[in-house]
Ligand binder design. Sequence first.
Ligand SMILES: C[S@@+](CC[C@H](N)C(=O)[O-])C[C@H]1O[C@@H](n2cnc3c(N)ncnc32)[C@H](O)[C@@H]1O
Length: 368
Amino acid sequence: MNETIHWTEHGRNMHAIWHSDSRHPAPSHIQTISQINTEQALRLMRQNTALLWRGDYHQGKQLLAAIKKRVHSKARTHTDFHKHRLQQAQHSRLFQQLLIEIQPDGLLKNNRAPNIAAALNDVFGSPNQHTLLLPLHLLLGYIGAHEWHKAGVAIPALNGKKIHIPYGVFSPVRGEYLELVAQAKLPSPCHTAWDIGTGSGVLAAILAQRGIPHITATDNSTRAIACAQANIQRLKLNEQIHIQHINLFPTGRTDLIICNPPWLPAKPSSDIETALYDPEHQMLQTFLTQAKNHLTPHGQVWLIMSDIAEHLGLRPKEALPKWISTAGLKLIHKTDIQPQHPKARQQHHPLAYARNREITSLWQLAAK
Ligand SMILES: C[S@@+](CC[C@H](N)C(=O)[O-])C[C@H]1O[C@@H](n2cnc3c(N)ncnc32)[C@H](O)[C@@H]1O
């Protein structure tokens, strides 16, 4: 969301471009501040006064952390997925009221501020030319993501080679499903494969490593396409993998179609959530319905799905097998794996009852 917002400061009329990744409206009332305690800040923010932080950068970060801690400690625990998400959205809307100003070329005027030009460049693709106002917690997200992007994630299924993931692209840190893809029996013959919703390009890279000579990877997200291109280039797989910025399938037929769709049937609240949430499983259902028409006679569809939506009560257990069958597909083999990441073992998270029981599966399907 980009629009010009105005405020007055020491009697002067000020303006900047408002930048936020969420779909919340821009703040309508802004007060500049360089010192304030947590309670006062929270009171103003709850009254819809956004606070533009002019103080020391690190004190601003501490204020945000204190605000978050206070809000989280007083919040009710919702075990219902929708109520939990609504609460998260309300919190994020509140945290969005602590703002920071970024001068052109990524300059922060706050005392002790770091150089954030590289982090912004990573997100926007070029230095900002106008003065921006954005939530401090969003800026901290950009800075954290930039560090992760630089460091990369080592992928055991790629013999430890790294995939680099910038802000806004799905990260396979919960990567147990990658092992399933590395080990499953390929259809025979398997000269071509498609990776639908490639994200970082990691599944296409694993298939390339397994020796499939011609792979097409698609995604409908601009950020994902740029990320996949960079990873495939870095891994020197551009002879084998071609990337297309399209909705779902290329034209024609292929021996193998792989897809790890968004797992939760819910509405994304920002563009970067489209990798996680798929309203009413529309993408999944369209994928299944059309997949059969793109298979060669011995071709297979490999679908990666977690059953977390079932444990959260968002999808009946019988729905996925029914959609597979209605799409003219049959199950050849299913391999299950339990998530290994620390969140899956957390006991105190409101949704722990579902996360603790989650299983991720590779469904190997063929035309009936
Ligand atoms: C869960 S992520 C999986 C990314 C990657 N395949 C992986 O396993 O790490 C889902 C991906 O599907 C993409 N996607 C969602 N809807 C799509 C569509 N209609 N066409 C192409 N890609 C889509 C998203 O942008 C996202 O990158």
